[in-house]
Design a protein around this ligand. Structure first.
Ligand SMILES: Nc1ncnc2c1ncn2[C@@H]1O[C@H](COP(=O)(O)OP(=O)(O)O)[C@@H](O)[C@H]1O
Ligand SMILES: [Mg+2]
Length: 369
């Protein structure tokens, strides 16, 4: 009997070793590529892998690496060098370059980076530095850069050594809440397992809570999250996102959740100039430009779109430019006889912007929110 049990234990042990090896292999073979979150549907769970790191960068300076080699009390450290060695200057510079406006959000990100740099430095001197709480809440209307910033934040936390992998798992209510008794906990745990070492980004997190329905399984998710956010805070950062007013209501009904969120970042709707600049940036990235009449047409278009329901800020800009590209292509390719030059292939004209087929796309855009 005893030898049978020993054999069984050996088989189970071997099995879990193999399973761990498979999971490990999967993790290391993750494709490291950038995925534009807005190019995918927001309906199901998405895992966005961490960005590729330049050799020798990013993994250096992690929490674990530092623990062994304490600095003597008389030593000094320099934050320019610290930022350099963690490779965060390039992340912060890229934030500034790639994202128009968002000044208060960028300032907050700088503050968080500073906190973590000092925390790391303290640890190198052997000073007490309990890991600061890093769960966050990103509030703001659709298309204001919340998901984009969460991806950058995951990367930043990874480079500073606070997240092992720095990937991001995007989830919504339906990815977490089950449909029958006993379904919710395993469903939520599956997402949590996927998120370990990275960021769990819960979009429209307030849908987890239904005040009118005390039997709703969403409460079970909230309870599990509260526990994991406390107990696994070394391995996982949770970012809740959604409209500000609804998130405030959610926190009022769930004070436990509020108390676990250390950083609130508010993303304001963009004004016309910012939207125009965002469009300009997107066009430059794709080698297109607006003729001067098209610039006027684009501003006119944005002004009317801003007043409509379902306007989704930078996402609407991106979508409209996609449509302009289609119309531009149609205009050029439709004229079989004419010769077009390089500039023609890059230049968007007013007729590519202001077309009366806009209604056709509006419902599609509403679905993307
Ligand atoms: N400030 C900005 N500058 C440039 N592009 C932006 C900015 N904010 C958002 N975008 C772009 O708009 C799209 C939608 O942004 P996203 O982060 O998905 O918004 P949210 O998560 O708030 O709905 C993305 O393609 C993103 O790159
Ligand atoms: Mg989003």
């Amino acid at each position: 009997m005893e030898s049978f049990l020993t054999a069984l234990a050996a088989i189970v042990g071997l099995g879990s070793l193999i399973a761990a090896a498979i999971i490990g292999a999967r993790r290391t073979s993750r494709p490291e590529q950038w995925v534009d979150p807005s190019s995918q549907s927001g309906r199901s769970v998405r895992v966005v892998p961490a960005q590729a790191h330049p050799p020798g960068r990013g993994r250096r300076g992690g929490r674990k690496d530092r623990d062994g080699d304490l600095l003597p009390p008389g030593a000094t450290i320099n934050f320019a060098a610290e930022r350099q060695s963690a490779g965060i200057d390039e992340i912060l510079a890229a934030l500034d370059r790639d994202l128009v406006g968002l000044v208060p959000v960028k300032t907050k990100v700088q503050e968080i980076a500073a906190l973590l740099l000092v925390d790391r430095a303290r640890r190198r001197f052997g000073l007490v530095a309990p890991r600061p709480s890093l769960h966050m809440c990103f509030t703001g209307p659709p298309g204001t850069g919340k998901t984009t910033m969460a991806l950058r934040m995951a990367e930043l936390l990874h480079r500073l050594g606070y997240l092992e992998q720095g990937h991001l798992v995007h989830a919504m209510r339906d990815d977490l809440v089950g449909e029958y008794v006993g379904h919710t906990a395993p469903k939520t745990k599956r997402i949590l397992d996927k998120s370990m070492g990275g960021v769990l980004f819960i979009d429209e997190a307030y849908y987890l809570y239904r005040a009118s329905d005390s039997k709703d399984y969403g409460q079970e998710v909230i309870d599990i999250l509260l526990q994991v956010m406390e107990n696994e805070r070394d391995k996982l950062v949770v970012i809740l996102a959604g409209y500000k007013d609804r998130m405030d209501e959610f926190f009022t009904s769930n004070p436990g959740m509020r108390s676990r969120i250390a950083h609130h970042l508010d993303f304001a709707a963009y004004d016309l100039d910012e939207l125009t600049a965002i469009g300009q940036l997107m066009l430059e990235e794709t080698n297109y430009y607006l003729s001067s009449q098209a610039q006027d047409a684009f501003r006119e278009y944005l002004t009317s779109r801003m007043a409509q329901a379902h306007f989704a800020n930078a996402r609407s800009v991106r979508n409209e430019l996609e449509r302009a590209r289609l119309r531009h292509a149609h205009r050029l390719a439709g004229d079989l006889e004419r010769h077009w030059n390089r500039d023609d292939l890059m230049r968007i004209e007013p007729e590519d912007i202001l077309a009366d087929d806009a209604d056709l796309f509006d419902s599609a855009e509403a679905l993307e929110l």
